[in-house]
Every structure is written in structure tokens, then in C-alpha cells.
Design a protein. Sequence first.
Length: 591
Amino acid sequence: MSHLSRAGAVCGVLLAVGLSAQVVSSTPVRGQRGMVTSAHPLASEAGVQMLQQGGNAVDAAVATTLAISVVEPFSAGIGGGGFLLMRWGQTGEIKALDFRERAPLAASRTMFLDAAGQVRPRASTDGYLAVATPGTVAGLFEVQRRYGQLPWATVVAPAVRLAQTGIPVTPHLAAAIARQPTLQQQPAARAIFAPQGQPLQVGDRLVQRDLAQTLQVIAQNPQAFYTGTIAQAIAQDMAVHRGLVTLADLQHYRPLWRQPVCGDFRRMRICSMPPPSSGGVHLLQILNIIGDTDLKAMGWHDPQALQLIIEAMRIAYADRAEYLGDPDFVTVPVAALINPGYGQLRRREILPDAALPFPSIRPASAAMLQRFGSPFPRSRKSSSTPRAIAVGHPLTPESTETSHLNTVDSAGNAVSLTFTINLGFGSGVVVPGTGIVLNNEMDDFAIAPDVPNAFGLVGRDANAIAPGKTPLSSMTPTIVTENNQLRLVVGAPGGSTIITTVLQVLLNVLVYDMDVTTAIAARRLHHQWLPDQLRVEPWGLDSLTLGELRRRGYQIRTGGTWGNASAIVRTANGTLAGAADPRGEGAVANY
């Protein structure tokens, strides 16, 4: 039998551990044999059904992912891509699969600039030109055929049923539909999400018959998405509307197995996603800067402890802008950036009781990185710090960008998977006759040096557009082990906030000894270097702590929530404990 627990809404209840955050506090869902967490109850239930039928964590992850594509079409789907991190229980090996979207072969560095070299507004976010070649179907089939135990058609079946029979429109889904005006401008999208010219409302039923048929085709032959009738439909629609994705792009797409980035933190082994994600590199980099500082003794809302964490975030995001990109196209100094010695060297820059002035936070020099194994010559010049303050889209409580899920089974297999179509409903384009919502992942490239994307992130040559290149991502699926045993599986959506959300959940569990529900629900803060602004959830810190951080020089913005994280912890007695974020509509399912 399965047990399903749905996350509630954030509300004013003090955490039992005496923290200043005001959130829901409840007992974690516990299980012995297996567990699934995701952003929607129906998706979590689809995953645990695979475990009940004799499948493993991989089968559960694939079924959950496809179900999310149906029930959460605003955040992720088969028209997008993502990253998967898995622990194979037989050996304890951690594996990383990159099924991220890629730039079309016809893409160019200046494709979103006008004749004067200026960025064309919304060209990289709205419509067909914003679409990169999708990878979700290829990635899911690749991991399931290698490591799953059930027939492929079995793991696709729950998603087919959900699309055929329909799902009730939730507040999150209704709000996401209302926010994306492109849906009402594109006929195929309007027919699904705004019939009769009105966006679907809470309590309406979302039925996706075309998507159900597409999933049925994929259940019989997943390659149909890349070489068959589905591929032809995508390519034809692109050609009609001057999009760049062609049949050749789809035919050439392959998911890539990559070496995960791993490092030690205290007694734990932290493994996460390598480039073209910046998530794993900068998660480890921030942890290295924190080092062995006794954060717990200092206190969860001590200004000195918070300053250390915030400054580590700022330094990591500065390095991100300079050095991170697709490793198949550019050299990324991963070994140097995650070297503990480099982290401690950067820590020496942090002032004792004041924020570093913005101009003094720069990406590491090549000479500095070379000390820790960088392949760059000492003479390599890094770009200067941008002078303009970038402003991204405001964060929303719904965290509509991207979706994350975790699965664990009784054999010790675990999957942490984050996938996306980028912004809410991606490009706003649905391929006629297929029900597929297409991504707008081209906006994750640096469309021009130091020009912010929709999340306020800037980049340079390392993340410039090139044909076949993968845009840089912040997705941070993470698996933590202790003494070679599974300890924590965690991840989150939320654009540029993903890395810092995962960081804080990890610290809450591993350093502050919070149970998983408390760790997920606790307040979050975020700094990404540009804009030079510290974001704090509205209940996050008391007035005295906020005042002290302002005195130290931080420009603070309070309001909004973000992250919609989820996690599974293996406790000291060997049981599983899971939590889905009360900021979202997610759920934990176990059996």
C-alpha cells in the first residue's frame, strides 16, 4: 500500500526547533521500502506505483517525470530537458546523465540582437526562436533501458492515463496559465489551456488528448520523438514559424553520461551535477568556503554565520559568470573551482563584519586558479566586473520554472532529477496535434556579454550561443552519502535560486540537524552577485538581524518565496523520511 502526504501552504506557525521562520511544521513522511517526492501528488503516486509493481528507483523516476509533464505543464515536460543524478545501489556508484536542451544547428551568437547590436526584447523567451532541441524523452529512455526493471511502456502508462482522463486545475496551474499571455496568442496552446478564449480556472479539468496520443506513440517507440511522426510535426511547425529546430537537430540529439562532481563536507560525500550545470560546482565551492566553521554553535540566524554564507554565494556566482559553460565547447576549470584550497583562499577575502563592496568581488584570476589545477595559462585575462546592475524577473510564490523529484528504493538505488522547459510554459508554443509545450531554453545562454537573462544571471564567452551547444544551467540534483551509505537526496526548481536553495536544505539537515520537513520549510535567503541584492523570504529574519545585515552593507529585498524543494533522508535507524515543500503543491509517496 502507498501513503501519500501533500504539502500545505506556508503559514504563520513557528518551527518546533525555535527558529525565527514562520512555516508549516509537521512530521516527515516515513517509509521502509521506497519513497517518491515530487511537485504534484498525482506524479508522486505514479512513481510509487512503479515500486509496487516491482520496479526500482529508476522506473519510479521516469514514471514520475512523465507524469509531471502532464500535471505540471507550466514547469517542465517532454518539450524540454534536464539533468539526472543517480546512485546505483549494487556498487554505490554515482552517475550523472545530461539530457539538457541544445542550441539548434542554425543558431548563432548574435541571433537575438538587432542590426545595431542591441538585444531584441523577449526574442529569447517568447515564440519559436526561443526553442532549443528537447532532450527529455531521449534522456528518460536512456536511463530506463540501462537501469530500469519494468517494460518501457509500463512506466509511460500513468502519464498517458492522466493526459487522457484529465486532472483538476490547481491554484498553481491556474495562476501559471493566467501569467503566460503567449498561450492565448498561439492557437494550439489556446485550445488546451484557454478554451473559449478564457484561461482555465481552479476546479476546471485539464484534458490533454493530443499529449495522450503523443505519449502512446512514445510508449511504443521513444525514437518517434526524434526520427518519426512526432519529430516531423515539430520540424514542420518550426519551419512554418521561422523557428530553428529542424529534423536534423532532432535526429542528432543524444543524451550524455557525464562524470558527477563530488567533494567532501565534514563526514559527508556530496555529489551533484557537473557542467553544463553550474549547480554542482558552486554548491561544492560554497561549502568549501564555509569549511569547518561551526555554524551550529554560532546559531541559525547569527549575522556572522549568515554573512559567511552570503559572501560565499556572491563569490561563487561571480565565478559562474566568467568560467561556466558547456564543457564540450569551452574549458571549464572544474577541478580548481571545487578544490578545498581554492575555497579557503577565497574565504580570506571575506571581511569580519562587513559585506565586501560590489566592485571588489571578481571572478578568480587565471593565476589564482592555476594554483589549484586549472588548465588556463597564468596570463589569461578574466573579464572586468560588470558595472550595470542586472535586474531579472521577480520571484513568485509558485516557483513555476522547472520541477524536481527524488526516488529511493529498498535496494539503495536513488535518483535526483531536475527538468525544465525554462520559464512558465516555456516559449508559450504548443506543437499542433501533439500537445507538446516547447521550451524557451535559448534564454539560458548569454545572449550578449553581461546582459542578464530572465533570472538576472549574466554570462560571457563561456556561455555564448553556438550551434549544438548546451546552455548553462543552475539545476542542482544532489545525492549525499555517509560512510558509503545513502544519506540525502535533494533538489529544487527556481532558476538562479536553485543552487542556494539546495545549499540551505543541505546545511539544515547536515549541520543544523533539522528533520527533513523542517529543513525544507525553513526560510531561505539568496544572493547571486548580480544584482547586488540579498533576497530574504518575508518571514525569514527578525528585525534585529535584518538591521545588522543592513549595517554590514547588504541591500536587502524581502518578499516572495521560492524553491519548491523536496528531499528524502535516510535516518540513523535506516528508515526513509521525505518532505515536499509547503511553498508548492508537492507530495511524498511511499510504500
